[in-house]
Design a protein around this ligand. Structure first.
Ligand SMILES: Cc1cc2nc3c(=O)[nH]c(=O)nc-3n(C[C@H](O)[C@H](O)[C@H](O)COP(=O)(O)O)c2cc1C
Length: 370
Protein backbone atom coordinates (compact mmCIF):
# COMPACT_ATOMS: atom_id res chain seq x y z
CA UNK A 1 0.00 0.00 0.00
CA UNK A 2 1.34 3.45 -0.94
CA UNK A 3 2.39 5.97 1.70
CA UNK A 4 -0.50 8.28 0.78
CA UNK A 5 -3.06 5.50 1.35
CA UNK A 6 -1.37 4.66 4.64
CA UNK A 7 -1.74 8.31 5.68
CA UNK A 8 -5.45 8.15 4.85
CA UNK A 9 -5.79 5.01 6.96
CA UNK A 10 -4.07 6.62 9.92
CA UNK A 11 -6.15 9.75 9.48
CA UNK A 12 -9.36 7.72 9.59
CA UNK A 13 -8.34 5.70 12.60
CA UNK A 14 -7.22 8.54 14.85
CA UNK A 15 -9.88 8.94 17.57
CA UNK A 16 -10.16 12.66 16.81
CA UNK A 17 -13.61 12.91 18.41
CA UNK A 18 -11.91 12.39 21.79
CA UNK A 19 -9.83 15.57 21.42
CA UNK A 20 -11.17 18.98 22.49
CA UNK A 21 -13.86 19.89 19.94
CA UNK A 22 -12.16 22.86 18.27
CA UNK A 23 -8.85 21.06 17.93
CA UNK A 24 -10.44 17.93 16.47
CA UNK A 25 -12.35 19.90 13.79
CA UNK A 26 -9.26 22.00 13.01
CA UNK A 27 -7.19 18.83 12.52
CA UNK A 28 -9.84 17.00 10.45
CA UNK A 29 -10.41 20.03 8.23
CA UNK A 30 -6.70 20.60 7.68
CA UNK A 31 -6.14 16.89 7.10
CA UNK A 32 -8.98 16.60 4.60
CA UNK A 33 -7.72 19.47 2.46
CA UNK A 34 -4.09 18.45 2.39
CA UNK A 35 -4.44 14.70 2.32
CA UNK A 36 -7.04 14.88 -0.41
CA UNK A 37 -4.68 16.89 -2.62
CA UNK A 38 -2.05 14.17 -2.22
CA UNK A 39 -4.56 11.38 -2.88
CA UNK A 40 -6.22 12.94 -5.91
CA UNK A 41 -2.89 13.53 -7.63
CA UNK A 42 -1.97 9.84 -7.38
CA UNK A 43 -1.87 7.83 -10.58
CA UNK A 44 -2.34 4.16 -9.60
CA UNK A 45 0.06 1.82 -11.36
CA UNK A 46 -2.70 -0.62 -12.36
CA UNK A 47 -5.89 0.10 -14.31
CA UNK A 48 -9.13 -1.55 -13.16
CA UNK A 49 -11.53 -2.23 -16.00
CA UNK A 50 -15.16 -2.78 -14.90
CA UNK A 51 -16.77 -6.05 -16.05
CA UNK A 52 -18.49 -5.60 -19.46
CA UNK A 53 -21.97 -6.33 -18.05
CA UNK A 54 -21.60 -3.34 -15.67
CA UNK A 55 -21.92 -0.88 -18.59
CA UNK A 56 -24.97 1.40 -18.71
CA UNK A 57 -26.26 3.18 -21.81
CA UNK A 58 -28.26 6.35 -21.36
CA UNK A 59 -28.74 9.66 -23.16
CA UNK A 60 -26.74 8.19 -26.05
CA UNK A 61 -23.69 7.87 -23.77
CA UNK A 62 -21.92 4.73 -22.59
CA UNK A 63 -20.99 4.63 -18.89
CA UNK A 64 -18.65 1.64 -18.48
CA UNK A 65 -20.11 1.17 -14.97
CA UNK A 66 -22.97 2.76 -13.00
CA UNK A 67 -20.92 4.17 -10.08
CA UNK A 68 -18.78 7.30 -9.98
CA UNK A 69 -17.78 10.15 -7.65
CA UNK A 70 -20.37 12.55 -6.29
CA UNK A 71 -19.92 16.30 -6.81
CA UNK A 72 -17.47 18.05 -4.52
CA UNK A 73 -14.85 15.32 -4.62
CA UNK A 74 -12.95 16.75 -7.58
CA UNK A 75 -13.85 20.42 -7.23
CA UNK A 76 -10.86 21.69 -9.21
CA UNK A 77 -10.91 19.14 -12.02
CA UNK A 78 -8.26 17.06 -10.26
CA UNK A 79 -8.27 13.27 -9.84
CA UNK A 80 -9.27 12.38 -13.41
CA UNK A 81 -6.58 9.73 -13.94
CA UNK A 82 -7.21 8.40 -10.45
CA UNK A 83 -10.93 7.92 -11.11
CA UNK A 84 -10.30 6.31 -14.48
CA UNK A 85 -7.61 3.94 -13.26
CA UNK A 86 -9.57 2.92 -10.17
CA UNK A 87 -12.49 1.84 -12.39
CA UNK A 88 -15.15 4.55 -11.92
CA UNK A 89 -17.98 4.63 -14.47
CA UNK A 90 -17.60 8.39 -15.12
CA UNK A 91 -15.91 11.50 -13.78
CA UNK A 92 -17.74 14.45 -12.25
CA UNK A 93 -15.87 17.76 -11.72
CA UNK A 94 -17.07 20.69 -9.56
CA UNK A 95 -19.33 22.05 -8.11
CA UNK A 96 -18.18 25.28 -9.69
CA UNK A 97 -19.63 28.78 -9.66
CA UNK A 98 -18.73 31.64 -11.98
CA UNK A 99 -16.62 33.50 -9.41
CA UNK A 100 -13.82 31.49 -7.80
CA UNK A 101 -14.45 30.77 -4.09
CA UNK A 102 -12.03 30.01 -1.28
CA UNK A 103 -14.62 28.34 0.92
CA UNK A 104 -15.70 29.22 4.40
CA UNK A 105 -13.50 30.24 7.30
CA UNK A 106 -15.31 29.93 10.59
CA UNK A 107 -13.82 30.33 14.07
CA UNK A 108 -10.40 30.31 12.41
CA UNK A 109 -11.07 26.96 10.68
CA UNK A 110 -10.81 26.83 6.91
CA UNK A 111 -13.50 24.65 5.22
CA UNK A 112 -14.82 22.92 8.38
CA UNK A 113 -15.12 19.15 8.04
CA UNK A 114 -15.37 16.22 10.43
CA UNK A 115 -15.56 12.49 9.84
CA UNK A 116 -17.31 9.98 12.13
CA UNK A 117 -15.79 6.61 11.22
CA UNK A 118 -17.90 4.48 13.57
CA UNK A 119 -21.08 5.96 12.12
CA UNK A 120 -19.68 5.90 8.56
CA UNK A 121 -20.72 9.53 8.32
CA UNK A 122 -19.28 13.02 7.89
CA UNK A 123 -20.33 16.63 8.36
CA UNK A 124 -19.02 19.37 6.10
CA UNK A 125 -19.45 23.12 5.95
CA UNK A 126 -16.87 23.80 3.23
CA UNK A 127 -18.76 26.71 1.63
CA UNK A 128 -18.37 25.60 -2.02
CA UNK A 129 -14.67 26.31 -2.66
CA UNK A 130 -13.91 26.11 -6.39
CA UNK A 131 -11.77 27.71 -9.12
CA UNK A 132 -14.66 29.27 -11.11
CA UNK A 133 -16.14 28.19 -14.45
CA UNK A 134 -13.42 29.53 -16.75
CA UNK A 135 -10.54 27.81 -14.97
CA UNK A 136 -12.45 24.54 -14.58
CA UNK A 137 -13.62 24.51 -18.20
CA UNK A 138 -10.04 25.10 -19.40
CA UNK A 139 -8.85 22.19 -17.29
CA UNK A 140 -11.61 19.87 -18.55
CA UNK A 141 -10.81 20.78 -22.17
CA UNK A 142 -7.27 19.47 -21.67
CA UNK A 143 -8.24 16.08 -20.19
CA UNK A 144 -7.56 13.00 -22.32
CA UNK A 145 -10.72 11.08 -23.28
CA UNK A 146 -11.39 7.39 -22.58
CA UNK A 147 -14.20 5.31 -24.11
CA UNK A 148 -17.08 4.53 -21.73
CA UNK A 149 -15.89 7.18 -19.28
CA UNK A 150 -18.06 10.31 -19.70
CA UNK A 151 -17.07 13.60 -18.13
CA UNK A 152 -19.66 15.58 -16.21
CA UNK A 153 -19.56 18.91 -14.45
CA UNK A 154 -21.52 20.10 -11.44
CA UNK A 155 -22.48 23.78 -11.49
CA UNK A 156 -24.30 26.20 -9.21
CA UNK A 157 -25.35 29.84 -9.32
CA UNK A 158 -23.10 32.24 -7.41
CA UNK A 159 -24.98 32.25 -4.13
CA UNK A 160 -24.25 35.83 -3.11
CA UNK A 161 -25.27 37.42 -6.42
CA UNK A 162 -28.84 38.43 -7.28
CA UNK A 163 -30.53 36.11 -9.83
CA UNK A 164 -30.45 38.69 -12.64
CA UNK A 165 -26.63 38.61 -12.43
CA UNK A 166 -26.06 35.02 -11.29
CA UNK A 167 -28.13 33.30 -13.99
CA UNK A 168 -26.44 34.92 -17.03
CA UNK A 169 -23.07 34.09 -15.43
CA UNK A 170 -24.15 30.46 -15.04
CA UNK A 171 -25.27 30.41 -18.66
CA UNK A 172 -21.85 31.69 -19.73
CA UNK A 173 -20.25 28.90 -17.70
CA UNK A 174 -22.48 26.23 -19.25
CA UNK A 175 -21.44 27.33 -22.72
CA UNK A 176 -17.78 27.09 -21.76
CA UNK A 177 -18.28 23.54 -20.47
CA UNK A 178 -20.08 22.51 -23.65
CA UNK A 179 -17.19 23.91 -25.69
CA UNK A 180 -14.78 22.05 -23.39
CA UNK A 181 -16.51 18.79 -24.37
CA UNK A 182 -18.40 17.77 -21.20
CA UNK A 183 -20.87 14.93 -21.70
CA UNK A 184 -23.37 15.79 -18.97
CA UNK A 185 -24.16 18.57 -16.51
CA UNK A 186 -25.44 18.40 -12.94
CA UNK A 187 -27.11 21.53 -11.61
CA UNK A 188 -26.55 21.73 -7.85
CA UNK A 189 -29.71 23.22 -6.39
CA UNK A 190 -29.05 22.06 -2.87
CA UNK A 191 -25.81 23.17 -1.23
CA UNK A 192 -26.57 23.66 2.49
CA UNK A 193 -23.29 25.54 3.07
CA UNK A 194 -23.98 28.77 1.21
CA UNK A 195 -26.71 31.34 1.75
CA UNK A 196 -28.74 30.60 -1.39
CA UNK A 197 -32.45 31.11 -1.78
CA UNK A 198 -33.93 27.61 -1.49
CA UNK A 199 -37.56 28.73 -1.47
CA UNK A 200 -39.69 26.85 -3.98
CA UNK A 201 -40.42 30.04 -5.94
CA UNK A 202 -36.71 30.84 -6.28
CA UNK A 203 -35.85 27.27 -7.36
CA UNK A 204 -38.69 27.21 -9.86
CA UNK A 205 -37.63 30.57 -11.29
CA UNK A 206 -34.03 29.36 -11.79
CA UNK A 207 -35.14 26.09 -13.38
CA UNK A 208 -37.51 27.84 -15.78
CA UNK A 209 -34.89 30.45 -16.70
CA UNK A 210 -32.27 27.83 -17.50
CA UNK A 211 -34.73 25.74 -19.49
CA UNK A 212 -35.61 28.76 -21.59
CA UNK A 213 -32.04 30.02 -22.06
CA UNK A 214 -30.03 26.80 -22.20
CA UNK A 215 -32.04 23.57 -22.51
CA UNK A 216 -34.07 24.76 -25.45
CA UNK A 217 -30.98 25.94 -27.35
CA UNK A 218 -28.63 22.98 -27.07
CA UNK A 219 -26.87 22.59 -30.43
CA UNK A 220 -25.16 19.46 -29.13
CA UNK A 221 -27.33 17.40 -26.78
CA UNK A 222 -25.71 17.56 -23.34
CA UNK A 223 -28.04 16.10 -20.71
CA UNK A 224 -28.75 18.24 -17.65
CA UNK A 225 -29.77 16.69 -14.33
CA UNK A 226 -30.81 18.60 -11.22
CA UNK A 227 -29.40 17.66 -7.83
CA UNK A 228 -31.62 18.25 -4.82
CA UNK A 229 -31.37 17.63 -1.10
CA UNK A 230 -32.42 14.35 0.45
CA UNK A 231 -34.45 16.47 2.87
CA UNK A 232 -37.03 16.96 0.11
CA UNK A 233 -40.51 15.82 1.16
CA UNK A 234 -42.25 13.14 -0.94
CA UNK A 235 -44.91 15.70 -1.92
CA UNK A 236 -42.31 18.21 -3.17
CA UNK A 237 -40.47 15.46 -5.01
CA UNK A 238 -43.56 14.76 -7.09
CA UNK A 239 -44.09 18.45 -7.85
CA UNK A 240 -40.43 18.82 -8.81
CA UNK A 241 -40.42 15.74 -11.07
CA UNK A 242 -43.43 17.08 -12.88
CA UNK A 243 -41.73 20.44 -13.42
CA UNK A 244 -38.39 18.94 -14.53
CA UNK A 245 -40.08 16.73 -17.11
CA UNK A 246 -42.24 19.56 -18.35
CA UNK A 247 -39.23 21.89 -18.72
CA UNK A 248 -37.07 19.35 -20.56
CA UNK A 249 -34.52 18.37 -17.91
CA UNK A 250 -33.00 14.92 -18.34
CA UNK A 251 -32.82 13.52 -14.82
CA UNK A 252 -32.54 14.13 -11.12
CA UNK A 253 -29.83 13.33 -8.58
CA UNK A 254 -31.21 12.27 -5.17
CA UNK A 255 -29.39 13.68 -3.57
CA UNK A 256 -27.31 16.09 -1.59
CA UNK A 257 -26.35 16.18 2.10
CA UNK A 258 -28.99 16.58 4.79
CA UNK A 259 -29.45 19.21 7.48
CA UNK A 260 -31.89 17.08 9.50
CA UNK A 261 -29.32 17.01 12.31
CA UNK A 262 -31.58 15.94 15.12
CA UNK A 263 -33.66 13.46 13.13
CA UNK A 264 -30.45 11.70 12.03
CA UNK A 265 -28.82 11.71 15.48
CA UNK A 266 -29.86 8.08 16.20
CA UNK A 267 -27.82 7.03 13.15
CA UNK A 268 -24.67 8.40 14.82
CA UNK A 269 -22.72 6.07 17.15
CA UNK A 270 -23.20 7.12 20.82
CA UNK A 271 -19.49 7.91 21.33
CA UNK A 272 -19.50 10.21 18.30
CA UNK A 273 -22.75 12.01 19.14
CA UNK A 274 -21.22 14.81 21.29
CA UNK A 275 -18.70 15.77 18.58
CA UNK A 276 -21.44 15.53 15.91
CA UNK A 277 -23.82 17.78 17.85
CA UNK A 278 -21.07 20.29 18.61
CA UNK A 279 -20.20 20.51 14.93
CA UNK A 280 -23.64 21.29 13.58
CA UNK A 281 -24.45 23.66 16.41
CA UNK A 282 -21.23 25.58 15.70
CA UNK A 283 -20.90 25.34 11.91
CA UNK A 284 -24.15 23.97 10.48
CA UNK A 285 -23.11 21.99 7.41
CA UNK A 286 -24.41 18.89 5.64
CA UNK A 287 -24.53 15.29 6.85
CA UNK A 288 -23.28 12.62 4.48
CA UNK A 289 -22.69 8.88 4.56
CA UNK A 290 -24.62 5.98 6.08
CA UNK A 291 -27.29 8.09 7.86
CA UNK A 292 -28.62 9.09 4.41
CA UNK A 293 -29.14 5.55 3.18
CA UNK A 294 -32.83 5.19 4.05
CA UNK A 295 -33.84 8.66 2.81
CA UNK A 296 -32.08 8.10 -0.48
CA UNK A 297 -33.75 4.72 -0.93
CA UNK A 298 -37.19 6.09 -0.13
CA UNK A 299 -36.91 9.02 -2.55
CA UNK A 300 -35.47 6.94 -5.39
CA UNK A 301 -38.25 4.38 -4.98
CA UNK A 302 -40.90 7.11 -4.95
CA UNK A 303 -39.44 8.82 -8.01
CA UNK A 304 -39.17 5.51 -9.82
CA UNK A 305 -42.81 4.62 -9.08
CA UNK A 306 -43.93 8.09 -10.17
CA UNK A 307 -42.02 7.79 -13.46
CA UNK A 308 -43.39 4.31 -14.12
CA UNK A 309 -46.89 5.72 -13.72
CA UNK A 310 -46.26 8.91 -15.73
CA UNK A 311 -44.53 7.12 -18.63
CA UNK A 312 -42.55 10.13 -19.92
CA UNK A 313 -41.92 10.17 -23.65
CA UNK A 314 -38.33 11.35 -23.19
CA UNK A 315 -35.44 9.67 -21.41
CA UNK A 316 -35.39 10.81 -17.81
CA UNK A 317 -32.99 9.15 -15.37
CA UNK A 318 -32.56 8.87 -11.62
CA UNK A 319 -29.09 9.12 -10.10
CA UNK A 320 -28.73 7.84 -6.54
CA UNK A 321 -26.35 9.58 -4.11
CA UNK A 322 -26.21 9.40 -0.34
CA UNK A 323 -25.15 6.53 1.87
CA UNK A 324 -23.71 4.26 -0.80
CA UNK A 325 -20.95 2.46 1.04
CA UNK A 326 -20.89 -1.20 0.01
CA UNK A 327 -21.82 -3.46 -2.94
CA UNK A 328 -25.29 -4.12 -1.46
CA UNK A 329 -26.00 -0.37 -1.38
CA UNK A 330 -25.14 -0.09 -5.07
CA UNK A 331 -27.23 -3.12 -6.03
CA UNK A 332 -30.15 -1.81 -3.96
CA UNK A 333 -29.95 1.65 -5.56
CA UNK A 334 -30.13 0.09 -9.04
CA UNK A 335 -32.96 -2.24 -7.98
CA UNK A 336 -34.85 0.78 -6.57
CA UNK A 337 -34.82 2.36 -10.04
CA UNK A 338 -31.63 4.43 -10.29
CA UNK A 339 -29.78 4.28 -13.62
CA UNK A 340 -26.52 5.53 -12.09
CA UNK A 341 -25.11 6.05 -8.60
CA UNK A 342 -22.56 8.37 -6.98
CA UNK A 343 -20.60 8.17 -3.75
CA UNK A 344 -18.42 10.44 -1.68
CA UNK A 345 -18.24 9.51 2.03
CA UNK A 346 -18.44 5.80 1.23
CA UNK A 347 -15.62 6.23 -1.29
CA UNK A 348 -13.32 7.57 1.44
CA UNK A 349 -14.04 4.64 3.76
CA UNK A 350 -13.76 2.13 0.89
CA UNK A 351 -10.43 3.65 -0.19
CA UNK A 352 -9.21 3.09 3.33
CA UNK A 353 -10.39 -0.54 3.34
CA UNK A 354 -9.84 -1.69 -0.25
CA UNK A 355 -7.25 0.73 -1.63
CA UNK A 356 -7.32 1.08 -5.42
CA UNK A 357 -9.47 -2.07 -5.71
CA UNK A 358 -12.46 -0.17 -4.28
CA UNK A 359 -14.53 -0.03 -7.48
CA UNK A 360 -13.78 -3.67 -8.29
CA UNK A 361 -15.08 -4.51 -4.83
CA UNK A 362 -18.26 -2.47 -5.46
CA UNK A 363 -19.01 -4.19 -8.78
CA UNK A 364 -19.18 -7.66 -7.22
CA UNK A 365 -22.70 -8.95 -7.86
CA UNK A 366 -23.77 -6.03 -10.03
CA UNK A 367 -26.63 -6.96 -12.38
CA UNK A 368 -26.46 -6.42 -16.13
CA UNK A 369 -28.24 -3.39 -17.61
CA UNK A 370 -31.94 -4.38 -17.71
C1 LIG B 1 -16.59 17.18 1.81
C2 LIG B 1 -17.82 17.20 0.92
C3 LIG B 1 -17.95 18.18 -0.08
C4 LIG B 1 -19.07 18.20 -0.88
N1 LIG B 1 -19.16 19.13 -1.88
C5 LIG B 1 -20.23 19.11 -2.74
C6 LIG B 1 -20.31 20.00 -3.83
O1 LIG B 1 -19.43 20.82 -4.07
N2 LIG B 1 -21.42 19.91 -4.63
C7 LIG B 1 -22.42 19.00 -4.43
O2 LIG B 1 -23.38 18.97 -5.19
N3 LIG B 1 -22.35 18.13 -3.40
C8 LIG B 1 -21.29 18.16 -2.57
N4 LIG B 1 -21.21 17.25 -1.54
C9 LIG B 1 -22.31 16.28 -1.38
C10 LIG B 1 -21.99 14.97 -2.12
O3 LIG B 1 -21.86 15.18 -3.48
C11 LIG B 1 -23.10 13.93 -1.86
O4 LIG B 1 -24.30 14.38 -2.46
C12 LIG B 1 -23.36 13.69 -0.39
O5 LIG B 1 -22.15 13.68 0.34
C13 LIG B 1 -24.11 12.37 -0.16
O6 LIG B 1 -23.35 11.29 -0.65
P1 LIG B 1 -22.43 10.36 0.30
O7 LIG B 1 -23.31 9.89 1.41
O8 LIG B 1 -21.95 9.27 -0.60
O9 LIG B 1 -21.33 11.21 0.79
C14 LIG B 1 -20.11 17.22 -0.71
C15 LIG B 1 -19.96 16.25 0.28
C16 LIG B 1 -18.84 16.23 1.09
C17 LIG B 1 -18.72 15.14 2.14
Amino acid sequence: MSLRLRLLRWGHRLPLHRLPFHLSVALSSWGRRHLWKLLAERVPATVTTPPPHAARHLWGLCFRAPLFNAAGMFKYGEGYELAYRQGAGAYLAGTATDLPRRGRISAGICQPFASYPRSRAALNALGLPNPGHSALARRIARLPRYPGFPIGVSVAVDPELPPEEALPRLLGGLRQYVDAGVDFIELNESCPNVPHNASWRAVEFRLRWLAEHFLQHRERFVPVVVKVSLDLSPEMLTVLLHLLLHLGYDGITLGNTSTAYEALLPAIAPEEQPAYSHFWQRFGGGISGAPLRERRRELIRLASAWLAQSRPEREFHLIAAGGILCPDDLTAALADGASLAQWYTGYLFALDEHGDALYRHMYAGIPADP
